[in-house]
Design a protein around this ligand. Sequence first.
Ligand SMILES: [Fe+2]
Length: 195
Amino acid sequence: MDPFELLKTDHRKVEQLFSQLESASGKRKLEVFKQIKTELELHTQIEEKIFYPALEEPEETHDLALEAYEEHAVVKDLLKQLGRARTANDEWEAQAKVLQENVEHHVEEEENELFVKAQAAIGEEELEELGDRMEAEKARKQRGSSSKKSGAKKSASKTKSASTAAKRARPSKKGTSKSSGSKKSRSKKSAAKKR
Ligand SMILES: [Fe+2]
């Protein structure tokens, strides 16, 4: 597998997602962001685990590889901060724009400098091998995250059914109690105090 093709495909996918993010609004924005986060985390992981260590060795790519790690660190930090948000407010949008600009700069530097130098510094066979390893690692990680997701879904449906059971139990309680209006308001007050 050509490692450059593999990584470039990831880059184009993330670019598309960023343009979707620009046109999305409300909750959809956070949904698109989640996809960007998943893509970028997977992409940076395979690069850092397999690709960059190989580029650290040749003199021609050494400095750029080290710079790439640093750029990833900035991107990962921004992803973490943005991932905490519940709504996409103006500050969030500003930070998302900074993330996009950082990713665009990083991608440009990789494709126009790092990949070109790597192509010249590393033998064809080794490059193929790196591509194969990255492809396999990506597939392995994707399988792992999808099984994690289905696990999360299961536990989410459990909580849902538990809360519906609680909802079902409540009205029957109300129905049997013949409390007067004043009692009701008192119990409401005490409930409020408890909170
Ligand atoms: Fe990268």
